[in-house]
Design a protein around this ligand. Structure first.
Ligand SMILES: Nc1ncnc2c1ncn2[C@@H]1O[C@H](COP(=O)(O)OP(=O)(O)OP(=O)(O)O)[C@@H](O)[C@H]1O
Length: 334
């Protein structure tokens, strides 16, 4: 079978149905618009959300929710699929290069789409530099991947667009064109971060197949500020879980790579995380279970950093050494 034919067969398993299709099932346009305003634009997205959450949308009553869910089930019936069909579906997954040959190798080719990859480490270990490098490598064609746009949510004011220029030059790409393909938003509160995710979903939906990477740097920073103290920890974790569930759905629904960064409790002032081991990533079990692949970064000599696969559904625990250079994440010089 020709590659093109294989691709269209794989893509047919990823048909995205607009929630406007609910009108055929008797749901009125104004209710559909209310759901869209909550960042739910597809029938699959609707099926991924609980009735309770739908009831929280202003103007959508419980009775309406039942009707809407029923209509969505008619449009996309639930079915078990075989392992074989699931493997076919997963052929649409692609990997984005980190810029480091070794790190790509231990990741089985790079950072995978349809999943959340979390990178954590102490300050200056290269989490943000890796995010910058991915903004460029995402736009290059790779195996099973034709290159695409990037959505970048910055919670710590550390995105520096000009950092992309030398990285683009390394790959012989036009820096202005690279920057045009990165949509950027600064989040100021954890709530704002959540709202931005709705915008991201709407944008991914409005330009189907165009976006290939979502960066959230960092996923947890604003939660640690907004929910300070032991009394607020359970609420923080609950809100964090909701956000991660949204992020997970975006990664699967739109087949994008999701790269999130996380902090560690090395800072003795960060007492609000209540962890005894100062080398642990923050976010507790909620974050640990939400990320499919977890990578720990630590400092090496000079510009060198060591990445360790901490958790992965299909790759063994192993380490890779890379360098942080002017041209982004790269192989060590010698
Ligand atoms: N243009 C550059 N050329 C070479 N190295 C650079 C350049 N810019 C930054 N670095 C190096 O990158 C490291 C910082 O990496 P990065 O900002 O990714 O850290 P981080 O892990 O995100 O830390 P934090 O938790 O503080 O945000 C520093 O060691 C810095 O020297």
């Amino acid at each position: 079978m020709m590659e093109e034919e294989c691709l269209s067969e794989v893509e047919s398993l990823h048909v995205i149905q607009d929630i406007d299709a609910l009108q055929q099932q008797g749901i009125n346009a104004s209710d559909i618009n209310k759901i869209k305003s909550a960042g739910i634009c597809t029938v699959r997205g609707l099926k991924m959300i609980t009735k309770k959450r739908l009831c929280e949308i202003k103007g959508i009553s419980e009775a309406k929710v039942d009707k809407i869910k029923e209509a969505a089930n008619k449009l996309e019936a639930d079915n078990f699929i075989t392992g074989y069909d699931f493997a076919e579906k997963r052929k649409a997954c692609f990997k984005i290069s980190t810029g480091s040959t070794e790190l790509d190798r231990i990741l089985g080719g790079g950072i995978e789409s349809m999943a959340i990859t979390e990178v954590f480490g102490e300050f200056r270990t290269g989490k943000t530099q890796l995010a910058h490098t991915l903004c460029v490598t995402t736009q290059m064609p790779g195996i099973g991947h034709s290159g695409g746009k990037v959505a970048y949510i910055d919670t710590e004011n550390t995105f520096r667009p000009d950092r992309l220029r030398p990285i683009a030059a390394r790959f012989n790409l036009d820096a202005d064109a690279i920057l045009q393909n990165v949509v950027y938003a600064r989040a100021f509160t954890s709530e704002h971060q959540m709202e931005l995710l709705d915008l991201v979903a709407a944008q991914f939906y409005s330009e189907p197949g165009v976006f290939k990477l979502l960066v959230i740097d960092s996923i947890i920073g604003l939660f640690r500020v907004d929910f300070s103290g032991r009394g607020e920890l359970s609420e923080r974790q609950q809100k964090l879980a909701q956000m991660l569930s949204k992020v997970q759905k975006i990664s699967e629904e739109y087949n994008v790579v999701v790269y999130i960064t996380n902090q560690m409790t090395a800072d003795p002032g960060a007492g609000m995380t209540f962890q005894i081991d100062p080398k642990k990533p923050v976010g507790g079990n909620i974050l640990a279970h939400a990320s499919q692949t977890r990578i720990m970064l630590r400092k090496g000599r000079g510009e060198l950093r060591v990445a360790k696969i901490y958790d992965s559904p299909d790759m063994p625990e192993s380490e890779a050494t890379f360098a942080i250079t002017e041209a982004g994440i790269n192989d060590p010089a010698d």
